[in-house]
Design a protein around this ligand. Structure first.
Ligand code: WTA
Length: 631
């Protein structure tokens, strides 16, 4: 593998090269991988359609690059080390050789159960090594994996399965998370009542919970594996063949199946992993995300394995059995690179130093954050108490749609600045635009964050809905990919992400569409209309605040709040439950009927003295009523 960028000077040179001749820049990176056939053309693109193709006509399989390529020199090195939810349960290690065997065997299991190249396979699993094995086996046989986070409800699961017409569902009898067991198979059964495309369900035994197996449809993971051969020659894929679909929330109720393809994603996740974290041989790398999110895809599975690293996978939660768990795992495993979310940092900071002090964190070299803006206070705590002032913090800005880290300092190489994601990676061309789409040049400016040139791991479409892909990302500002985020650029050209400018709220690092929560609440027989906004929350970053109009005045408001949240839990998932529900008799609307969320956001933030001009409202008097009963 090529060397990492290792000085600010070199970053500047590489950045300049990547702008002057992007094709030559990326071609060099791509040449380090194993290909069955070299590409004919590095890049073709047209943002107006949008169409995009990287390494056109190249032939490869990404798992040969994650596994087979390392067998000769690193066969015995640990690829994945898994740590159980329960600290007394034995951890499990898979060397590159062992992981290769498991992936080949499971590839045969998938084939034996009827899976073919191009099929969509849904994974609804706990954070166990078998999840990573299943992801890689899908890629090995050329099937498209769609991982659904195991915290989602049966309805969310069936919606996602149906959207992509998945033919196989892989799940487990249950999943451990802290004190709780999530009944994954029961939830899957409920989902499969309305998923006609599912032909087979492969069930991993994890919690030994009592479940029912439907004959013909359901098979046990371990029984299938016993029969499976450990040789499997990887399906040869085209560079632009789809690799996976991953759902993310949008401004309408229906989640978007973001689709990524093979070669560009491979090149970019490996390159960004090595450079941002300054990975070097022998490092023990731990990303605490769940594989149900993009961070887990790119920086637990693909990026680290492509780079031949040792990646830790943790089944549990940061506060079980107590708030020292992360720090204990770092000490025990001599973790050198630690990547987590601001919400976890804030939650653990709030628990106090008595949970940190007992542990030796001297193995740490690099710290990272992802998922939402990190506030300065949490940044300083992370720096001082966890990094002991010795570890650069990389604040990595990116999205499900971008596939890999876009704006971030390179650990210890380019400067950091608290609460700033800082500078774009070489190869990435961000810009700020005003409301009309005009680029805002110069420094000390603020605007909407766009990217004006393609990069290899960019999403190619929304599964089954290219029109929506174009409308969401390429129609707001001509010839730019629009991120949905606002940002400012300081006097040194460093970026600070200020938050979403659309109807997405980031709660504990998870994207939630307001429309999705609203339509779940609207299902209640006594709910007439709802409006959801986010408000600043000390731990979660944002909390969910619901303004609800009822058909008839509730007798027991507290009971109704519970019922409404139960619907949200059922239709979306527990993470989307409202923190505050305020019953109102009307909502502030414009004369054309649009809810003025700006006003509701102010009220939710407790800033109702400064609501700006409300004279354009259809009925300004509702505002007073809402203000008075605000929570
Ligand atoms: C937000 C997660 C500030 C942002 C990888 C983005 C961030 C959305 C940061 C994508 C960061 C992510 N600083 N904001 N370092 N990282 N975001 O798709 O609003 O789950 O658009 O991808 O998270 O969330 P997603």
């Amino acid at each position: 593998m090529s060397k990492n960028i290792n000085s600010l000077e070199q970053y500047k040179i590489e950045y300049a090269k990547s702008i002057e001749n992007p094709e030559a820049f990326w071609e060099k990176k791509a040449e380090q991988f194993s290909w069955h056939k070299k590409w004919d053309k590095v890049l073709s693109w047209d943002f107006t359609k949008p169409e995009l193709s990287w390494f056109e006509a190249g032939k490869l399989n990404i798992t040969e690059n994650c596994l087979d390529r390392h067998l000769k020199n690193k066969g015995d090195q640990t690829a994945i080390k898994w740590i159980a939810n329960n600290p007394n349960e034995q951890s499990r290690c898979f060397s590159y050789k062992e992981l290769h065997v498991e992936v080949c065997r499971f590839s045969n299991v998938l084939k034996g159960n009827g899976a073919k190249k191009g099929d969509r396979i849904c994974l609804y699993m706990p954070m166990v090594p078998e999840l990573a094995i299943a992801v890689l086996a899908c890629a090995r046989i050329g099937a498209i994996h769609s991982v659904v986070f195991a915290g989602f409800s049966a309805k969310s699961l069936s919606d996602r399965i149906n959207d992509a017409d998945c033919t196989i569902l892989i799940t487990a009898d249950g999943g451990f998370r802290g004190e709780k067991i999530t009944p994954l198979k029961d939830i899957s059964d409920e989902a499969m009542d309305s998923t006609p495309s599912i032909k087979k369900c492969i069930v991993l035994e994890r919690t030994k919970s009592k479940i029912t197996m439907k004959s013909e449809r359901d098979v046990w993971w371990h029984k299938e594996m016993q029969k499976a051969n450990s040789n499997f020659s990887a399906e040869i894929m085209d560079s632009e063949d789809p690799l996976f679909i991953l759902y993310t929330s949008g401004s309408t109720g229906k989640p978007k199946g973001i689709q990524h393809t093979t070669a560009g994603y491979m090149v970019y996740t490996e390159y960004s992993f090595r450079n941002v974290f300054q990975y070097s041989e022998g490092d023990i790398y731990w990303c605490t995300a769940d594989i149900g999110w993009i961070t887990g895809h790119s920086y637990i599975v693909y990026g680290p394995l492509l780079a031949g690293a040792t990646t830790i996978m943790f089944e549990g939660v940061p506060t079980y059995p107590d708030a020292g768990r992360f720090w204990q795992i770092i000490e025990e495993n001599k973790v050198s690179i630690f990547y987590t979310a601001p919400t976890a940092i804030r939650a653990l900071e709030a628990k106090g130093m008595e949970f940190v002090n007992p542990y030796d964190l001297s193995s740490l070299k690099v710290l990272g954050t992802v998922g939402e803006p990190i506030n300065e206070d949490a940044w300083h705590w992370y720096d001082k108490e966890i990094g002991k002032g010795n570890c650069p913090i990389v604040d990595t800005w990116w999205q499900t749609e971008t596939g890999g880290i876009m704006i971030s300092n390179l650990a210890g190489v380019t400067p950091s600045k608290p609460s700033f994601a800082t500078l774009p990676l070489a190869g990435i061309q961000p810009c700020l635009v005003d409301e009309k789409g005009k680029e805002i040049e110069g420094n000390n400016v603020e605007g909407r964050l766009c990217i004006k040139f393609p990069w290899p791991s960019m999403a190619r479409t929304i599964y089954g809905n290219h029109k929506r892909f174009k409308a969401t990302y390429f129609s707001n500002f001509e010839n730019n990919y629009f991120t949905g985020d606002g940002a400012l650029r300081d006097e040194n050209g460093m970026y600070r992400i200020t938050g979403r400018v659309d109807d997405v709220i980031i709660v504990s690092g998870h994207n939630l569409g307001t429309a999705e929560i609203e339509s779940a609440m609207d299902e209640h027989y006594n709910v007439c209309e709802t409006a959801i906004v986010g408000y600043a929350h000390p731990i979660k970053g944002n909390g969910v605040y619901a303004f609800v109009i009822c058909h008839s005045k509730p007798n027991n408001e507290q009971a109704l709040r519970k019922e409404i949240n139960a619907l949200v839990q059922k239709n979306v998932g527990a993470i989307a439950k409202a923190d505050k529900i305020q019953f109102v008799s009307g909502l502030p609307k414009t004369r054309s009927g649009k809810i003025m969320r700006r006003i509701l956001r102010k009220i939710a933030a407790g800033e109702s003295d400064d609501l700006g001009d409300i004279s354009t409202l259809l009925d300004p008097s509702v505002v007073n009523e809402i203000k008075i009963s605000a929570q």
